[in-house]
Design a binder for this molecule. Sequence first.
Ligand SMILES: [Zn+2]
Length: 334
Amino acid sequence: MRSFRLFFVYCLLATAYWLLPSCSNNEKTSQSETENLKPEVALPPAPKFNEDSAYSFVKAQVDFGPRIPGTAPHAKCADYLTSKLRSYGWEVQVQSGPVTTYDGKKFNLKNIIASYKPENTDRVLLMSHWDTRPFADSDTVGKDKPFDSADDGPSGVGVILEIARALSISKPDVGVDILFDDLEDYGKENDGGENTWGLGAQYWGRNPHKPGYKAAYGILLDMVGAKGATFPREGGSTQYAPYVVKKIWNKAAHLGYSNYFVFDDAGSITDDHVYIIQYANIPCVDIVNMIPPNTFGSYHHTHRDNMSIIDKNTLKAVGQTILEVVWEEQKVKM
Ligand SMILES: [Zn+2]
């Protein structure tokens, strides 16, 4: 990822959103759906998120080598992710589709989709991209060379894999879908390149794995494993899914993770959630390591994005928070 969207456009849209009640109909509908999911009796405690396991999932992806579309590490990683998800008893499918990158290269993307309790109509969508940017173009050296990309992709995938493992054991009564989307990070960094990012999410948003697919909301994890990460409230998330932002940040605070989930507002960025909101009409939150208002970590798209920056404490903070948010969506029968 990904250029920052024009901030004044965000301000204009945000102002219009709050001034025009009719614009918030979708949000209100989804909010009431979400409220219906609230447990009627006390739930047992949520499972513990295992950060050691999540870390091993991050490392396994990085060990394949850069997961650049069209390469052997990319193909091997796809097999790894699908077999892991199947081993947890989730219904797994790989969505393929043709895409063309901004520099004219053609790929057959692989969106990896997994469903837990597919028969349940109350659903939450968890997302992360799994591809690697082909070049470390934000570095000062080796700008055209591949890089490990441990935080950018694998951290979110690792956290979600561990959530999948935990849910497969604890078996809560809630529907969950995972979308590991491809070709998020092959975008053009300069002006005019906004829609060159998130090609896998754009494809899925237009062609969901089930016609008319709906989720109460989506949660995108992007760069969620670096030591000292901070997750401010990203602008597009606050604009289109304010009640989900509130739910997640309040849960993190309750768990003692407000040093990660800071109560600061950040600018609106071009990331996969934009296309889930725009094309699939699903409110979606982006949990992304940023220094507010508009700076990514200094390792972003450089050779410094490797396993040395991954911190199990950060994985734990994100994983436990999201696991508990999902856990509390289940309906408990008397
Ligand atoms: Zn990236």
